[in-house]
Design a protein around this ligand. Structure first.
Ligand code: AKB
Length: 321
């Protein structure tokens, strides 16, 4: 039976992944690791919580040893916009943090799940139907750390036999924890603002398409890949996975179906717009489908309907349907 450590457990994906792993494997078998961000009471009270700064290898080793961890979901990372604002910190957390986790995993024979991102692509990558194996020359610090991370994970598998696996996540849309400092965050903010104020000012320009995914599918991708038959995995790390692709006006139209008074205008943020334009319009995820049976459940209409239902309840607004 697995003993799992989740780094970045208080973050957007980590907070939901930790709870889902606890449901699957038992509360005591999943250690929530976090740094400064305060974990929710639910996370702290439902199972073990430890302060783990992944840039400190001794701290990672201590928790892995103490709890006899055999699987690490390494989610601690800076997102794209914040990484552009603080590139040195992004290198430290995204690269040195991953290196420390891989070193401890090598020593203690742990399997490691590490997410890469659509940020691992750049302007010279084919933007439509972006292939699994293609040009990767990102021009952001986030992208640099994601490409280096993909290569590092491949290296640890080939050189040391560490069971590394990972996906290239698109923008993740969720209703529990807000994302912090990403380029795709608008696709989450739009729901909160539509429900609370019936309007939203979007920082990404009309017509800018990006891949997106609803959180239940993001969790499913992590579980399915980690449980996949290793004999069938030719790629292991950095599988393209997507569930939908849309531009701001398309998600706005979907929101309007549920909240007819909703309006959206634009105040484009040049930094995040430049990042968005360097990312794919939509990825080809057929390799993930073939090698480990990836298939998402939620498209844009299904995700929007569920987001509005869940958030309306959470924010206690009853007239949005
Ligand atoms: C971001 O926008 O930085 C992330 C990502 C796509 O990696 N959501």
């Amino acid at each position: 039976m697995k003993k799992i450590l989740v780094t970045g457990s208080a973050g957007q994906i980590g907070s939901e992944l930790t709870m889902a792993l606890r449901e699957r494997y038992g509360n005591d078998r999943v250690v929530a690791g976090g740094r400064k961000t305060k974990p929710s009471a639910k996370l702290r009270e439902s199972g073990p919580f430890e302060i783990v700064d992944c840039t400190d290898i001794k701290a990672v080793e201590k928790v892995v040893k103490r709890y006899e961890i055999d699987t690490i979901y390494h989610l601690a990372a800076l997102l794209s916009a914040v990484a552009e604002a603080r590139p040195q910190l992004a290198w430290d957390v995204n690269i040195n943090g991953l290196y420390n986790v891989l070193e401890v995993a090598r020593e203690y024979k742990c399997a490691v799940f590490t997410p890469s991102s659509i940020g691992a692509f750049g302007l010279s990558t084919p933007q439509d139907n972006t292939p699994q194996d293609t040009i990767q020359r990102p021009n952001t610090m986030y992208g640099v750390t994601k490409v280096a991370g993909e290569l590092l994970c491949d290296y640890y598998y080939k050189r040391f036999g560490v069971d590394t696996r990972g996906v290239r996540y698109p923008g993740i849309i969720s209703n529990v924890t807000l994302p912090g400092g990403g380029t795709t965050d608008y696709a989450v903010e739009i729901f909160y603002e539509a429900i609370k104020h019936k309007k939203y000012t979007c920082f990404i320009k009309e017509g800018t398409k990006m891949d997106m995914m609803y959180m239940p599918d993001a969790l499913k991708a992590a579980f399915d890949l980690m449980e996949a038959d290793p004999g069938k995995l030719k790629h292991r790390n950095a599988f393209n996975v997507t569930a939908m692709s849309f531009a701001p006006e398309e998600i706005a139209a979907e929101v309007k179906k549920h909240i007819p008074e909703f309006t959206m205008d634009y105040k484009v943020d040049p930094v995040r717009q430049a990042i968005a334009e360097s990312w794919p319009n939509y990825m080809d995820d057929s390799v993930a489908r073939r090698e480990w049976g990836w298939h998402p459940e939620y498209d844009l209409p299904a995700m929007s309907k569920d987001m509005i239902k869940v958030l309306s309840e959470k924010l206690q607004v009853s007239d949005a349907v």
